[in-house]
Design a protein around this ligand. Sequence first.
Ligand code: HEM
Length: 375
Amino acid sequence: MMKLQNLATLVALVPYALGFPRLENFPEYRSLAGLSPREVRAVARTFSSTPGAQSLPPPISDTSAKVVYDSEHPYIPDQPGDIRGPCPGLNTLASHGYLPRNGVATPAQIITAVQEGFNMGWNVASLVTYMTFIVDGNHLTNLMSIGANTTADDEPTPGLNIHFNVEGDASTTRGDFYFGNNYSFNETLFDQLEEAANRVGNGFITIESASLHRALRINDSITRNPTFWFGSPRFVAAYLETTVPLAFFVNNQTLDTTLNLTLDVARDFYEKHRFPEGFVRRQGPFDVAEVEFMFAKIFPLINVPPGHNEGVGNYVVNPEDDGSSCYVYHRQVNLTAQLYPNPTPELEVAIKANLVTFYQTLHNSSCEQYFPYGQ
Ligand code: HEM
């Protein structure tokens, strides 16, 4: 397997980002990375079910524009015990009941919910979900939490907010892990998003203003965060996250980049995790071609390649990282193999099957397939 830059450092740091697990009351949705085989067996005995890997759900059949904030999907803000995290999209789907309202879901539930609620394309949804789940999810129970459980008495239990994976630095409305909370809405950062909208978007969030805000966020992380990491998959996710609010919150946005997103709608989404009243999802899926179209618009405006800081202010480009789905797939497989060097037989079966499913999300790709646990 090829050597990926900084992978050793990342592997050392992921358990740190995961926190050190307490084995009593080990949540069913928590990643098992970092546990010894004895510990995995001990916690698995407490799980109510261990279905292991599941296959990809089919694409939804109706991808037309339709009202998705309807009577069957009322907005109910998270209640004590419910989990929300760094992804306002998944948070919103949980607050409207497209995902389980407690914020714990299977990959299939996530892939279906993002299509139903936002018309995210099946190909993009499957890839993003699996590249996240492989590291952040629990392979035995097939569950993942969409954030940190901050209602527990002790340290927050991590989920989608696990750092150095899809979660990363220079986010739109969430702070860098290095500075503390990397998953909750941050008013100061929203104010900056607003400033960019006023500067170059006539008070709206536009491609130009969203890109400016991202560029400023990256610059801030470069100049202040000694651990700033912007390699793939984080690199790809950050660009994608710049496009999705525009793609999903402006009706009939399919390939029309002239319509704009209001700050009120954006605040409701980023902070309250709520659809606009009577929200109509976009016409047609936002899938690979649409993502590429939007990337072509924003990349020249942001124009920062994958890289990381080596000391404050010293941004170093990752030479092997081209941001491609093959690179992301390969990096995630490498990382998984290193996070689970000695799995129990049941866990190994589940991880192997999930890695195969992950490969399938690349959809007939020419990427080389890897089998770190054998075929
Ligand atoms: C397909 C499954 C999805 C997964 C696994 C996922 C995962 C994530 C993760 C881990 C983050 C944190 C990244 C960071 O550090 O900033 C994130 C952020 C984000 N996600 Fe999602 N997401 C998904 C779907 C969606 C959807 C459907 C939307 C719809 C609008 C969305 C919108 C966003 C936005 C705007 C951010 C950036 C938040 C910010 O920077 O303040 N995501 N997502």
